[in-house]
Write a protein that binds this ligand. Sequence first.
Ligand code: NAD
Ligand code: TDX
Length: 339
Amino acid sequence: MKILVTGGAGFIGSNFVFYMMEKHPDYDIVVLDKLTYAGNLETLESVMKNPHFKFVKADIADRDAVFDLFEQEKFDVVVNFAAESHVDRSIEDPGLFLTTNILGTQVLMDACRKYGIGRYHQVSTDEVYGDLPLDRTDLFFTEETPIHTSSPYSASKASADLLVQAYHRTFGLPVTISRCSNNYGPYHFPEKLIPLIISRALADESLPVYGTGENVRDWLYVEDHCAAINRILEDGREGEVYNIGGHNERTNLQVVKTILKQLGKPESLITFVTDRAGHDLRYAIDPAKMMNELGWQPTTTFDEGIRRTVEWYLDNESWWKSIISGDYQNYYERMYAER
Ligand code: NAD
Ligand code: TDX
């Protein structure tokens, strides 16, 4: 079995590589990653020398590079994590989100059509469903909830999902799509809420909370997301969408206060700042299909997951400090300049 993991130098992609290499040590895994600001090759250092692992630096929207790789490697499965993933950046500059998230997806699927594939899996997000009201805690996103996007990021992810479904219907491409809630855990880039709060609190810096901090996110420990994708690859039905989430809803303020408590830092660090434009109020996933059809269950509670995550950031200061200082961006040149 040979799997192409795009975006494997990012947060969830790298955790997926580690999960799969442990679960299926005989699988061959090729990571294709452009190493944007969000990709960090140091994250993959522990698997770099494994004979079942290979890293390729390329852009999923670069048709020639992608087609060359498919011709050489003959993949059985593609899992597409590669994306511009930060909502705030999509508000600053939407263009790159459209190129990578939509056109990049098209290039990968065109390569699958030309060279053949057992399964193309698109890693999507619950943000394609828009948001739910704060005062209707009885409502959840199901796979039938209409697409209704808020940010350029979510619009680009939803566009890609529609294209994936069109390639299934029109060309018979064997696809699956997963839509997961907010992930957290090791190797999360420190621009996102949880790692941003941990790293800034450790430096006794102010903690920016958007608006009133009452917006709700549904948090899932990253390893549970990886396990769910593995189950979809094993037994998921072609053409289907699977929602992934673990019923761990928290307001942003609750999340920030939980982290401060664990770190023994004062709540006076919290600073309310101007709200995000178009800020989604509440995300909440109904994961019944994953559970009933594929027998998947999340295994990490929020309390346990956040404890492990904070510990990981305490134990791996060099990883996130080199990101904050910008040093990690020279890593590829340092490692590969002579090769
Ligand atoms: P991330 O930003 O940490 O990583 C993205 C990776 O993709 C990086 O390694 C980056 O270098 C790479 N990349 C970006 N553009 C590329 C391109 N044009 N060609 C090749 N590689 C490129 O993102 P993440 O949080 O790990 O998210 C991974 C996927 O999961 C994304 O598709 C995202 O939409 C989805 N998702 C994320 C979450 C979450 O909470 N983080 C939740 C649900 C779904
Ligand atoms: O400084 C901050 N202060 C703040 O209050 C940041 C960075 C965020 N927030 C709020 C905005 C959100 O309500 O915290 C919440 C979480 O924000 P992000 O970490 O930026 O995540 P979110 O916008 O919810 O999107 C994430 O989950 C879905 C990922 O980044 C997406 O890639 C994924 O699809």
